[in-house]
Ligand binder design. Structure first.
Ligand SMILES: Cc1ncc(COP(=O)(O)O)c(C=O)c1O
Length: 368
């Protein structure tokens, strides 16, 4: 961020500005060496596929059970997203399925921490070792989640967060990439600023007029205003996370005896961040479809949703890559059953009780 004096001189780059302060505080919070802010999580993902060196002819492996942006960021670089199926318990990208999709063209793997449950990061890091493949973790759902005792943010080569309004920390729109690798951090900083290198910008700040654009970049910068908001939100993050964990625990207890649904599974040695609380309807134990249960919950004024329509089902992916459905049976089977219950740190006890009561009422009416 440039700060101009009354004479129009550049006084500072990011250091000492809200952008620099937010990035520094965020990096410290997640335990990473570098944090680079972006105008959205999607822009941050694009920065990562650039920094990973993706280009036409390259492939990147990801999950079909995610928001389209996770796969789209591969296309932005002219490379090809290759989907691999998910694990049946967490619905996260399955490392064994991903391993089968590795080819000489694979340059990146993009696991997603679905619903806030960390992906199987050790398995992915083992998979890419000595292969020159970059692990880009889409942690848009998982700010504050822990994997084997560590907060997400420095485990994968690059970790992406989103500050969209429904997320744990919101700046209106916004995103962040964290990494321990200085080379990748420098590429990210250049990419979000038109491809102009920080060195050149620093020289410029010292009074030189000269700067150089060394690669093709974008204006993907996060504003000072958004960063000031992010900094204040960071102070509330622990409380927001605890509240989400409390709500998840209450749902888990309330639905303990419900055989008509499968609750989210939590693996050993992880502490999810609970962006979503996706239940799966046990279609063998109910008399109606998921759509009927969904509509009944909406009729009870419960703000349910479905995450996600598998990416390869979207017309764009069908038209461009020839998907017809049936390619990723575990993700597709889950999609037919998924319903996300309301999960937000601002929910009151009454809100949570209302959700529980409505789910119980409807499941009682439709259970076999
Ligand atoms: C898994 C996942 N990846 C990426 C994104 C994109 O983030 P943003 O909306 O900040 O661009 C989202 C957004 O909700 C998401 O859920």
């Amino acid at each position: 961020m440039h700060i101009a004096s009354s004479k129009g001189e550049l006084l500072a780059i990011d250091g000492g500005t809200p952008v620099g302060e937010f990035e520094e505080a965020f990096a410290a919070w997640v335990g990473a060496k570098h944090a680079v802010s972006f105008s959205s999580g999607t822009a941050a993902l694009h920065g990562c596929t650039f920094a990973a060196g993706l280009k036409p002819g390259d492939e990147a492996i990801t999950t079909p059970l995610t928001f389209a942006a996770t796969a789209n960021c591969v296309l932005y670089q002219g490379a090809t997203p290759v989907f691999a199926d998910v694990s049946a318990d967490t619905l996260n990208l399955d490392p064994e399925q991903a391993a089968e999709k590795i080819s000489p063209r694979t340059r990146a793997i993009l696991p997603v921490d679905y619903a806030g449950h960390p992906a199987d990061l050790s398995a992915f890091l083992q998979l890419v070792a000595q292969r020159g493949i970059v692990v880009i973790e889409d942690a848009s759902h998982a700010l504050g989640a822990e994997y084997q005792g560590r907060r997400l943010g420095s485990i994968a080569d690059l970790t992406v967060f989103s500050f969209h309004p429904v997320k744990h920390l919101a700046t209106g729109e916004g995103g962040m990439v964290t990494t321990d690798r200085s080379d990748l951090a420098e590429d990210l900083r250049r990419f979000r600023n038109h491809g102009i290198s920080s060195d050149a910008r620093q020289r410029q700040a010292k009074g030189h007029w000269h700067y150089e654009m060394t690669s093709l970049g974008f204006n993907y910068r996060l504003t000072d205003i958004a960063c000031a908001l992010g900094l204040s939100q960071l102070g509330k993050l622990e409380a927001n996370l605890s509240r989400r964990r409390e709500i998840a625990a209450r749902y888990a207890t309330a639905f303990r005896e419900q055989s008509a649904i499968l609750k989210p599974v939590v693996r050993d040695k992880v502490n999810p961040a609970w962006h979503l609380y996706p239940i799966r309807l046990n279609l063998e134990k109910v008399t109606v479809s998921r759509a009927t249960v969904f509509r009944a919950l909406r009729a009870e004024n419960i703000g349910v949703n479905v995450h996600y329509i598998p990416v390869h089902h979207h017309p764009y992916y069908r038209d461009h890559f020839g998907y017809r459905g049936g390619e990723y049976p575990i993700a597709e089977n889950a999609y037919e059953r998924l319903i996300s219950l309301p999960m937000f740190h601002g929910m009151t006890q009454q809100d949570v009780d209302d959700v529980i009561a409505a789910v119980r009422k409807i499941l009682t009416a439709v259970s076999l």
